[in-house]
Design a binder for this molecule. Structure first.
Ligand code: CLF
Ligand code: SF4
Length: 491
């Protein structure tokens, strides 16, 4: 997603949105305050107050929060103790990162300085995660020293950790003592026979185990670690990389197993695989899933356990809102020269502003809630939304580097995924190819919502059968009006 103007994330809270709606491409409008609209898709509505407080500012654990709050990673953990067939050691850990991305390695002291610098410049940054570039728990001293320094110097920042789980049982007590409240384990299988197709070896207690023997150790340690987190009351998210033909049909079983052991959230991510990444899978032609295949498996796993669908497979040095990448503003050369301007009071003032903006959006959503009037389900349609965050349709079509996909029916609009695209505005060169790529990427959608769409792309989108809506409003309200106008009224 195109980064917002620097002030949007640096100094001021997100502005309370202008709630007047402008739908210039629809012919008749429905007053969104007049009893129509979607139910909120806020994922934390049904949680207890205490649980809500634990996740409401964590952009990965709360879909709602990721519109408003940012996270950052520090790359302090270079080594790894297993081999995944989708990983090339030249790059960051692919369990939480896109393959082909390399981060600058930091010492714990450099990492702590970077966190304080970013915390001052991006007060919306609420979570510090360690996710690589190898496995954080294969580098325990660097990882825990970094957490210690940040806990001492920036106590209002939540600490977060991502691991393959092999060494987790050893460290749950230390994680708890440091008040790390969010831990991710990447669990791709609960059947070692499937695991041998993903992991060629595991290095455990000074010995390398190959094949089934190694995978059984990894599986047992992952399950033990998950249960230990539950007993320690640490929130656990499980990441699973979906690998078509290997574990796609197995993932509902993984979902069931982690649910039984107390996982809080399940994040099923697509394998990203290409020969140039130099991974075993990439070199052997193993493909990743299509967005439709991913959604199907996610839908098959949807049940009591919450599913994360908004993961962006970040870099091990990611900075900013999910979906924007500000890591290049904070390279080592740059941040080491930046002064620290960290103030809890200033950060809290910004958070209060965000919460006020969020409350305005939530009120708009709730005013638009519609109860089902019939037991007959209404048709579900997908729509693609250009957004800079805040829960709003607020981005120019030509600036979108990704679209949020919502599934809309007569009562609700539900976020289901995001899809990356090459941004259309390239100064003329290659725009036609870009537009064709965007149209292909969102070809299963019925509409595009954006704050502005140029006449040429609008013509091409409409030619491809998409309804084009220009609006600046809460996503669910625009979705409701689109659905009433273009789906219900045309049945
Ligand atoms: Fe980072 Fe991971 Fe913590 Fe989030 S990321 S360590 S839980 S703070 Fe988030 Fe990025 Fe997806 Fe990870 S979007 S790759 S799930
Ligand atoms: Fe690579 Fe991460 Fe797997 Fe280690 S755990 S092999 S760093 S993807």
């Amino acid at each position: 997603m195109t980064p917002p103007p620097s002030t949007a994330l640096t100094t001021a809270p997100l502005a309370t949105p202008d709630l007047d709606i402008t739908l210039t491409k629809t012919k008749t409008l429905v007053n969104s305050a007049g009893g129509c609209g979607c139910s909120s898709n806020t994922d934390i509505d049904e949680l207890s107050e205490s649980m809500r407080a634990r996740i409401e500012k964590h952009p990965c654990y709360s879909e709602d929060a990721h519109h408003h709050y940012a996270r950052m990673h520090v790359a302090v953990a270079p080594a790894c103790n297993i081999q995944c067939n989708y990983c090339n050691r030249k790059y960051d850990c692919a369990n939480e990162s896109r393959p082909g991305v390399v981060s600058e390695l930091l010492t714990p002291e450099e990492a702590a300085h970077k966190v304080l610098v970013v915390a001052g410049k991006i007060p919306q940054m609420t979570v510090l995660g360690i996710a690589g570039p190898g496995d954080p728990l294969a580098n325990p001293e660097q990882t825990f020293r970094t957490f210690e320094l940040i806990a001492e110097q920036a106590p209002d920042i939540k600490l977060c950790l991502s691991t393959n789980g092999l060494m987790l049982p050893e460290y749950v007590d230390r994680i708890k003592a440091l008040k790390v409240d969010h831990v991710t384990i990447t669990i791709n299988m609960v059947d070692p026979e499937i695991g041998v197709k993903i992991y060629p070896w595991v290095h455990y207690r000074r010995k390398r185990y190959r094949g089934l023997e190694g995978v059984k150790i990894l599986h047992e340690r992952q399950m033990e670690g998950l249960q230990a987190l539950k007993e320690a009351d640490i929130l656990c998210k499980v990441n699973s990389v979906m690998i078509p033909g290997i574990n796609d049909e197995h993932l509902p079983e993984v979902n069931q197993a982690i649910r039984e052991r107390g996982a809080f959230l399940h994040n099923i991510m697509p394998l990203i695989s290409a020969p140039e990444h130099g991974t075993y899978f990439g070199l052997n032609g193993q493909r990743g899933p299509s967005p439709q295949e991913l959604k199907q498996v996610q839908d098959n796993c949807a049940g009591n356990l919450k599913l994360m669908r908004h993961c962006r497979q970040c870099r091990a040095d990611a900075v900013g809102l999910l979906g924007e990448d500000r890591s290049q503003e904070f390279t080592k050369q740059k941040f080491m020269e930046m002064p620290v301007d960290y103030s809890v009071a200033q950060r809290q003032a910004v958070h209060i502003g965000i919460e006020q903006a969020k409350a305005a959006v939530t009120a708009k959503r709730q005013a638009a809630v519609r109860r089902p009037t019939t037991t007959q389900p209404s048709p579900k349609v997908l729509v693609a939304i250009a957004t800079k965050g805040g829960g709003l349709v607020n981005q120019h079509f030509g600036h979108a580097k990704e679209f949020m996909i919502y599934e809309v029916d007569a009562t609700a609009a539900k976020f289901v995924s995001h899809r990356k695209v090459a941004d259309y505005c390239q100064g003329g060169y290659g725009e036609e190819a870009m537009l064709n790529g965007i149209i292909t990427t969102i070809s299963d959608c019925q509409a595009v919502f954006a704050s502005k769409v140029g006449p040429c792309p609008q013509r091409e989108l409409e030619k491809a059968g998409l309804v084009v809506i220009e609006a600046y409003d809460v996503i669910e309200s625009v979705a409701r009006q689109f659905y009433d106008e273009h789906v219900l009224n045309r049945r």
